[in-house]
Ligand binder design. Structure first.
Ligand code: ZN
Length: 478
């Protein structure tokens, strides 16, 4: 509901530029860092009182300022970087952090929108605002350095503090070759030495990744959506904390490629940069939670029902390994082997969400376990990351799953013999929406040659299956 109101409010806003020109409505153009911002057709840019009026909606959407609207008092509140501006419809008096200022033009109500002054607002928040009176163009220029007040974000970090090289030529540009989002991680592939600058920004919540001295390669354009203004986006489903990923050539002086992970709520992250044939920047949203509450395991009171979930299936291959092997097949092999072992246990019943190469929605996997009132839910996956990333992780989402995660991880690490990447918080659908202790195992990294070979070996799969059974038995006290 709140989100709906917020979006509605965005529609109400428009901006006024004091100063120049008397162009007819709709002839002015607004550029943000050399990219044209488009308003809806029903929300024309206007000149009022020698001020260019543009929809704030496009400013809010592109700059992410937090806006609020009070219908009763016709008050517009805009917040960013700890600064609050209040504007009032039809009043040239405004306030900036409780200091009163005078505007050249007052905000105005239109049928579906409110008009507010862009030069005033932009300059208040550190933008450079330029007006080309001949071309009737407003240029908004954002500061190149990330907001110094922004939370550097994440825990563990790493690789985020590189300096920005001077980059006003196209020589030695880092070329960005691709981007993907999977397993709650944004992975950017590139050639070059650009040092990513990552920051957490609020209002709305998002993570901004700037690659200085970088541009999109032709390869990027063949593999990803990129429009003529060098903007594009990834559609994200299955990750409720992430509403989308946007990217653009943010600046050409110096060249900067920007990625933005739009979040539905604040989210920790870690940054990993690996040097290899191709360089990968990994923004991992599976950062550990600080919550330490532990729920004790249940006491044994009879036969227990365990649901084993082989991740992905059919059209959804999951991660694709370095030699082209599919994660879905690994997951299924492990689950089938573990189920065969569990069937020998007199106190344990086992149900599989899938026992062949079929596709299931995440909600159906969680729903199955909930409907069965299962005692445990264990989802099996293999990971993907940089070529160098290797090791074993176990994820929980709810406090009730932590104890299970600790036990399962102990046996899983023992079974794989890979490096121990720890028990982690991960907001995965199947372990969030289930109602019993539930974990998601990332057995190893298919993007790593060594891990991939190991994970597809029969010996390792038998060990992992036996480890899963040992973990289940210990947790259930059997
Ligand atoms: Zn997976």
């Amino acid at each position: 509901m709140k989100k709906f109101v917020f979006m509605l409010l965005l529609l109400l806003f428009v901006v006024v530029l004091p100063g120049h020109g008397h162009a007819a409505a709709g002839t002015n153009k607004i550029f943000l860092d050399d990219k044209e911002l488009t308003a809806g057709q029903d929300v024309p840019v206007e000149n009022v009182n020698s001020s260019v009026m543009v929809p704030l909606r496009m400013i809010a959407e592109n700059l992410g300022y937090k806006v609020d609207w009070d219908q009763k008092s016709k008050t517009i509140t805009i917040e960013q970087q700890g600064k609050t501006i209040k504007l009032f419809v039809d009043q040239t008096t405004a306030s900036v952090d409780d200091k009163t200022v005078t505007l050249t033009a007052a905000p105005l109500l239109r049928t579906n929108t409110t008009l507010v002054p862009i030069r005033f607002i932009g300059e208040q928040f550190g933008l450079t605002v330029k007006w080309d009176n001949t071309a009737k163009v407003v240029n908004l220029i954002t500061p190149i350095m990330p907001d110094p007040n922004a939370d550097p974000g994440g825990n563990s970090g790493g690789g985020t503090n590189g300096t920005v090289p001077p980059a006003d030529t196209t020589a030695n540009l880092t070329m960005v070759n691709g981007v993907s989002f999977s397993e709650n991680k944004l992975i950017i592939a590139m050639d070059g030495s650009s040092q990513p600058k990552v920051s957490k920004v609020t209002g709305p919540e998002r993570i901004v990744i700037d690659l200085p001295n970088a541009n999109f390669s032709d390869l990027f354009k063949t593999g990803q959506e990129l429009d003529s203004s060098l903007n594009g986006k990834l559609t994200i489903t299955d990750y409720p904390d992430v509403s989308g990923v946007r990217y653009s050539l943010y600046s050409t002086a110096p060249y900067t490629v920007r990625f933005v992970i739009d979040l539905t709520q604040a989210q920790n992250y870690s940054v990993d940069v690996t040097e290899d044939v191709s360089k990968l920047v990994v923004i991992d949203l599976n950062a550990a939670s600080t919550d330490t509450t532990v729920t004790p395991p249940p006491v044994n009171n009879g036969r227990k029902l365990v649901v084993l979930d082989a991740g992905h299936g059919a059209k959804d291959s999951g991660a694709v390994g370095v030699t082209g092997k599919y994660e879905k097949n690994f997951n299924l092999a492990i689950v089938l082997k573990a189920a065969a072992l569990l069937k020998k246990e007199s106190n344990i019943d086992v149900v599989l969400t899938r026992s062949d190469d079929t596709f299931l929605e995440l909600k159906d996997r969680a729903g199955m376990a909930n409907n069965l009132k299962a005692d445990l839910f264990i989802s099996v996956h293999a990971n993907s990351g940089s070529p160098a990333a290797t090791g074993t992780e176990t994820y929980y989402q709810r406090d009730a799953s932590k104890a299970l995660a600790n036990v399962m991880h102990k046996y899983l690490v023992q079974a794989t013999g890979l490096s121990d990447r720890g028990v982690r918080y991960g907001n995965f659908h199947v372990i969030r929406e289930t109602t019993m202790p539930a974990v998601l195992l990332e057995v190893g990294y298919l993007s790593n040659k060594g891990d991939e070979a190991l994970l597809f070996s029969d010996a390792l799969q038998n060990k992992v299956a036996a480890g899963i059974v040992s973990g289940i038995k210990e947790y259930l006290g059997l």
